[in-house]
Design a protein around this ligand. Structure first.
Ligand SMILES: Nc1ncnc2c1ncn2[C@@H]1O[C@H](COP(=O)(O)OP(=O)(O)OP(=O)(O)O)[C@@H](O)[C@H]1O
Length: 305
C-alpha cells in the first residue's frame, strides 16, 4: 500500500510552472529517490508532501492524510530534515535532541541515535559552533527522533566527508530495515544507486522517468559502451547500421559506440567479417550518471530523436 501518493501535482511561481503535473506513489518500506537537476522542482514537490507548501492543483496524501488540512497528524508520521535557520545558535546538541524528542508521543532514545551519527562527543556543543557536517548529522537525528513511519531527507549527505557519508548510508539502511519508509532527494548518483529501490527523475517540473536504478540504466540510450582501435578503417555506413546503436564517436583512430549488448555482438561480428582486429577492446556498462544525463539533457534527447 502506498504511504505517499502524489497525483498531478502543480505549483506555479510568478506564472512559471515549477512543478507541472508530477505523479508518483511511494510504497511502505521502500527507499524512494527523487533525482533531478538544480531547479527541477524537487524541493517544491517534497515540501508539498511535508505540508510546508500548498499545491496549486493536484492531490497529495501521506498515509491517506492531506498534509495541509491534517498537518498535525501528518507531522506525527512523517519526520523531515530541518532547514538550518530553524535552530537557534545557542541551543546545544543535547538540548536540541531533548527538545525535539519531547514533541513526539513515542520518541527514539536520543543518546544511541546521537552516538550512531557521530555526535556523542558533541552533546554540549552549541549549534552555532558546529561544522557544516555536524549540523547536517544533527538534522538527520532530529528527522528520526520522533520514530516516524516515513522520513524525508533532502540533500542527506551534502557537506559530509566520504567516511561520514558512508556511515549515514548505513544508518539509512538500518532505518529502513526497521520498517521506516525513506523519501530521499539527492544529487549523488552513487547514493541513489546504492540506497534507492526506485527513483523518480524529475526534470523541469515533470517526472522524466520512474524506475529502479538498474531499470533507469537499462533505459538510457547508451546502456553499454564499446571502444576499440581497429587494425583497418571501418566503413561508417556499416557502423551506423548496427542494431540499437545510440552513438558513434571517432577520436585519435579509436571508435567508441554506445548501444546495448546487441550492438556489441553485432560490431564484433562485423569486424570478424572484414578481418579487422579490435585493439584495446573495452566494454563498459553505463552508470546511473549516464542514465541521468540521458534522461535530463535536452541535447542528448534531440540527438537520439
Ligand atoms: N517560493 C518561491 N518563489 C518563487 N520561486 C520559487 C520559490 N521556490 C522555488 N522557486 C523556484 O522554483 C524552481 C524549483 O525550485 P526547487 O527548489 O523545487 O528545485 P530543486 O529541484 O529542489 O532544485 P535544487 O536541486 O537546486 O535544490 C526554481 O527555479 C526556484 O527558483
Amino acid at each position: 500500500m502506498p504511504v505517499i501518493e502524489v497525483t498531478d501535482l502543480r505549483k506555479t511561481y510568478g506564472g512559471r510552472a515549477v512543478v507541472d503535473g508530477v505523479s508518483f506513489a511511494v510504497e511502505e518500506g521502500e527507499i524512494f529517490g527523487i533525482l533531478g537537476p538544480n531547479g527541477a522542482g524537487k524541493t517544491t514537490t517534497v515540501e508539498c508532501i511535508e505540508g510546508l507548501r500548498v499545491p496549486d492543483a493536484g492531490r497529495v496524501r501521506v498515509t491517506g492524510l492531506d498534509p495541509v488540512a491534517d498537518h498535525a497528524r501528518v507531522a506525527r508520521v512523517l519526520g523531515a530534515q530541518l532547514q538550518e535557520s530553524e535552530l537557534q545558535a545557542k541551543l546545544t546538541v543535547r538540548e536540541a535532541l531533548e527538545l525535539y524528542a519531547s514533541f513526539y508521543p513515542d520518541p527514539l532514545d536520543w543518546a544511541p541515535l546521537a552516538e550512531r551519527l557521530g555526535l556523542g562527543e558533541k552533546l554540549s556543543a552549541r549549534f552555532g559552533k558546529l561544522s557544516g557536517g555536524q549540523k547536517q548529522r544533527l538534522f538527520i537525528a532530529l528527522a528520526l527522533i520522533g520514530n516516524p513511519r516515513i522520513v524525508v531527507l533532502d540533500e542527506l549527505t551534502t557537506g559530509l566527508d566520504p567516511r561520514a557519508r558512508r556511515d549515514t548510508w548505513e544508518l539509512i539502511e538500518d532505518v529502513r530495515a526497521g520498517g521506516v519508509t525513506v523519501l530521499l532527494v539527492t544529487h549523488f548518483m552513487e547514493e541513489a544507486q546504492r540506497l534507492c529501490d526506485r527513483i523518480a527523475v524529475i526534470d523541469k517540473g515533470r517526472v522524466a522517468a520512474l524506475d529502479s536504478p538498474a531499470g533507469l540504466i537499462r533505459r538510457s540510450a547508451g546502456a553499454t559502451v564499446i571502444s576499440f582501435t581497429p587494425s583497418a578503417p571501418v566503413d561508417d555506413r556499416d557502423l551506423n547500421a548496427l542494431p540499437e546503436l545510440a552513438s558513434v564517436e571517432h577520436r585519435d583512430g579509436r571508435i567508441t559506440l554506445a548501444g546495448t549488448d546487441e550492438t556489441v555482438n553485432a560490431v564484433i561480428t562485423l569486424l570478424a567479417r572484414h578481418r579487422i582486429t579490435a585493439h584495446q577492446l573495452r566494454v563498459v556498462d553505463a552508470t546511473l550518471d549516464d542514465a541521468f544525463l540521458d534522461l535530463t539533457d535536452d541535447r542528448t534527447k534531440e540527438a537520439t530523436a
